[in-house]
Write a protein of this length. Structure first.
Length: 240
């Protein structure tokens, strides 16, 4: 589904941010990208979306990520930004959800049907005609997920999906992520959320993969996490 093949990237003339990185994510996998600040997690997302270009090859469903294929790639990938205010730019939730499908030439009738199905699935019908600037941060994060789902992407990328949420809304977002059937790639410092939502974890440090394996194995390895400037998930540290 998604493959990095010997990918490297540096901003201008600086040190490489991504160094000869290779990995493959299969259809339907839920993968957490973790690492300290500056490890390269956000750059991986940018490379996948074609926002920046590096060396090596990146494939999405066997289509290479390059300038010629950006429209196809971005139709396959949905991206939930860390700051929902940067994603929700139409006046209402309904208009935001309709914008993407209509832009991809989906009929208004079909787009409207999609919107209702997704709002029903996420139990968000009460937000349909709400103004974006009048809903809470948790509601806006859920609406942003709904907006991406309306595009019917094959994979969903999420950047810190639970950041700045209170415990109640954080749990709603986590439960929603767990129910999504699409391939998921999630970057986060919230390791408890990663443990709840991802079966596999890729640990990044200084632009290289340090560990790649089962989430439970990597997230319970205190020595490995501390060596890479991270700590055990709170639930495990309490149990320990």
């Amino acid at each position: 589904m998604i493959a990095f093949e010997n990918v490297s990237f540096a901003y201008e003339s600086g040190e490489p941010v991504i160094r000869d990185m290779s990995f493959r994510i299969e259809d339907g996998e839920a993968v957490g990208l973790i690492g300290a600040n500056g490890a390269g997690k956000s750059t991986i997302m940018k490379l996948l979306l074609g926002l920046v270009q590096g060396e090596g090859r990146i494939l999405v469903d066997e289509t290479e990520v390059n300038r010629d294929n950006l429209s196809t790639i971005r139709h396959k990938l949905g991206f939930v930004l860390q700051n929902s205010d940067n994603q929700m730019f139409m006046p209402t939730v309904y208009e935001d959800m309709m914008f993407g499908p209509l832009n991809y030439m989906v009929s208004r009738e079909e787009a409207d049907k999609r919107v209702d199905e997704i709002l029903d699935r996420l139990d968000l019908q009460h937000l349909k005609h709400k103004y974006n600037h009048k809903i809470s941060g948790g509601e806006k994060r859920m609406a942003a997920i709904a907006t991406v789902l309306a595009m019917e992407p094959e994979a969903i990328l999420m950047d810190e999906p639970t950041s700045a949420l209170d415990p109640y809304n954080r749990r709603i977002v986590i439960n929603t992520i767990k129910e999504l059937s699409q391939t998921k790639i999630i970057t986060s410092h919230d390791l408890d959320m990663i443990m709840d939502t991802c079966s596999r974890v890729i640990l990044i440090s200084k632009g290289s993969i340090v560990a790649d394996g089962k989430a439970e194995d990597i997230l319970s390895d205190k020595e490995l996490l501390e060596a890479n400037h991270m700590e055990l998930p709170l639930s495990l540290s309490r149990n320990g």
